[in-house]
Design a protein around this ligand. Structure first.
Ligand code: ADP
Length: 293
């Protein structure tokens, strides 16, 4: 499964991505996480990205495209991936299409989490307050002032992606303001629908029983079956009678041809008996002659 999660900062992309990773055994490819790792490791990419990120601006397209092109090719991404935070511009989306086409891969879905910006700002502010209260380390761009710039960058550069994917018939929208479980269920329904539409699926769509016949139609069908049974029985009887007749005829034929055979046997027996008597008479006359001599 390969999908893109779209949505402004704080829309809940990360939360849903982690759940989908567990559910489908695929990897989450977050360009934000990769860039933060690069910044921490002070790689050339990290050094280039550091200030832009801290200011809530986007890192150049070619930098993130190169990172994603490499990452998609790694073995753990073979089963599928969720792109979180990428693409962020139409140019990145086009670069991704090229990368996937070159590798014979396709996207299953582009899911956009729709959110209300005002509520979003309050959400992130309370998240920042909670993390500070717990003594957790904040991201460099996790402050209300930078958040405004991140949202502005989203509106200007990333929001046009919705119409880009809608134009391709790939965009699915989910209400990102709903509770986490409801958002999760909505995403699952979208992903499930994709599977049901697969040509290999022969089963009837879930929840739809085959149309039941009306009582009158059922009665008519039963009557047709009964008539069918009757005529079948008649046919069998006719067949049986025909067979019987045939048997009788052939028996008669056999009897006819058998008679002459018996007759001739009797005749030959008579003949044999006659011949026997004749030879016996001859023998006794011979005996008489020899006695006389
Ligand atoms: P957010 O929580 O705002 O969605 P991310 O963690 O995805 O942020 O990204 C943090 C920062 O990393 C962004 O504000 C931006 O500077 C940079 N960044 C991440 N992904 C991209 C991208 N695809 N293109 C350009 N810059 C990116």
């Amino acid at each position: 499964m390969r999908l893109i999660l779209l949505g402004p900062p704080g829309a809940g992309k990360g939360t849903q991505a982690q759940r989908l990773v567990r559910k489908h055994g695929i990897v989450q490819l977050s360009t934000g996480d990769m860039l933060r790792a690069a910044v921490a490791a002070q790689t050339p990419v990290g050094l280039q990205a550091k200030d832009l990120m801290a200011a809530g601006k986007l890192v150049p397209d070619e930098v993130v495209v190169a990172i994603i092109a490499d990452r998609i090719g790694e073995p753990d991404a073979r089963r599928g991936f969720i792109l979180d935070g990428f693409p962020r511009t139409v140019a990145q989306a086009e670069a991704l299409e090229k990368i996937l086409a070159e590798r014979g891969l396709e996207l299953d879905a582009v899911v956009e989490l729709k959110v209300n910006e005002d509520i979003l700002v309050r959400r992130i502010e309370s998240r920042v307050a909670e993390m500070t209260a717990r003594g957790e380390k904040l991201r460099a761009d996790d402050n209300p002032a930078v958040l405004k710039d991140r949202l502005a960058a989203y509106r200007a550069q990333t929001a046009p992606l919705s119409s880009h994917y809608a134009g391709k018939g790939m965009l699915k929208t989910v209400d990102g303001m709903a509770p986490i479980e409801e958002v999760a269920a909505a995403i699952d329904r979208i992903l499930g629908r994709g599977k049901a539409a697969a040509p290999s699926s022969r089963r009837r769509p879930a929840g739809r029983k085959p149309a039941r016949k009306r009582p009158a139609a059922r009665k008519a069908a039963a009557a047709r079956r009964a008539v069918g049974k009757k005529s079948a029985a008649k046919k069998a009887a006719r067949k049986g009678a025909k067979k019987g007749r045939k048997k009788a005829v052939s028996a008669a034929k056999r009897a006819k041809t058998a008679k002459p055979a018996r007759k001739s046997a009797a005749k030959s027996a008579v003949k044999r008996r006659k011949a026997g008597r004749k030879s016996a008479r001859k023998a006794s006359s011979r005996r008489r002659l020899t006695k006389r001599r």
